[in-house]
Design a protein. Structure first.
Length: 329
């Protein structure tokens, strides 16, 4: 019996504590730590959604591969596995490649192409502003085939629109307070005997003198000259440095090692001539591996007009066709 009273007393003692915990307000969620990266992921999702509306599935699949690579790098920034400047340069190169692929598309709907190009330019502008706010960084060279969309106007983040670079959460709509309604009694009409006297008769006024209307002059037509695109000067890797890179690749024995080394050359920002790319391809004795190395290094070529040197270096016609298919030629 004593044990029952003891259990009942303990339950009654804990009851106020449980009720008080239910009445406490819940803690507010903390703000996101990297709002700029979240905004870039939202822009990337918009590019992916617009890309799903196109008719040219071949270009759509290639552009989707670029989107997946950029998304993986941004997610690694959120988990503190990569630095933002290094990922930002790779993401900027991916956006340039997306814009070039979109310009080569065979879609018939020009509105879809313009939406994709505008969303890519929108994310590229946001990424450039974000990297500038993060600190000084080395700009990514603009590819020779890149053309910004004509007529696109980047958004301005100000006013009630939430700027992700400022942090915090999106503000709500301002509460507009309305002034209280003041009751005003209606004045009764004046009695008949207090009616004001009728107005005096109008005074005759001289009619206005007719004036000649002004002659309308056509305003001058303002013709805005399009900006002249200046191609950035891009130089291939020097001979001595290329010899060192070629020796390093020749010392690698396995296919995966050679492909990873070629991928590191692209990520490091090197540029090559088609002749130098052929020498790097020749470090492997297999045609399939030569095709993969050439496909990875060709976007960094400073003389794409010499593409025939790369196809001539391959022994079999099937390998040449595979290289052309990977590069979209």
């Amino acid at each position: 019996m004593r044990h029952r009273f003891w259990i009942l007393g303990a339950a009654l003692g804990l009851l106020p504590l449980q009720l008080s915990s239910l009445t406490e307000p819940t803690a507010c969620a903390r703000p996101i730590r990297r709002p700029g990266v979240h905004a870039l992921l939202l822009d990337l999702a918009q590019i992916e959604a617009f890309n799903g509306e196109r008719d040219d599935q071949r270009i759509g699949q290639q552009l989707h591969q670029q989107i997946v690579a950029v998304r993986i790098n941004l997610l690694r920034v959120l988990s503190n596995q990569e630095r933002m400047h290094q990922v930002g340069r790779a993401a900027m190169e991916g956006l340039y490649n997306m814009a070039i692929l979109n310009s080569r598309s065979a879609d018939t709907d020009q509105e879809v192409l313009f939406r994709i190009a505008g969303s890519i330019e929108h994310m590229r502008t946001r990424l450039e502003q974000f990297l500038t706010r993060q600190g000084p960084f080395t700009a990514v060279p603009v590819p020779r085939e890149y053309r910004p969309p004509v007529g696109y106007v980047p958004p301005v983040y100000r006013g009630p629109v939430w700027d992700p670079f400022q942090g915090g959460t999106a503000p709500g709509l301002p509460q507009q307070s309305q002034p209280p309604v003041v009751y005003q009694p209606q004045q009764p009409p004046p009695p008949v005997y207090q009616q004001p006297p009728p107005p005096p008769p109008p005074v005759y006024q001289q009619p206005p003198v007719y004036q000649q209307p002004p002659v309308y002059q056509q305003p001058p037509v303002y013709q805005q000259q399009p900006p002249v695109y200046q191609q950035p000067q891009i130089a291939p890797v020097a001979g001595g440095q290329f010899g060192s890179l070629l020796s390093q690749m020749q010392r690698l024995s396995f296919s995966d090692e050679k492909q990873n080394f070629a991928r590191d050359l692209v990520s490091s920002g090197y540029y090559f001539t088609c002749e130098q790319i052929v020498q790097l391809m020749k470090t492997s004795a297999f045609g399939d591996e030569q095709v993969k190395i050439g496909a990875m290094l060709y976007p960094r070529a400073v003389d794409p007009q010499n593409f025939m040197q790369m196809t001539a270096a391959l022994t079999f016609e099937s390998d040449r066709q595979k290289l052309r298919r990977l590069l979209g030629k």
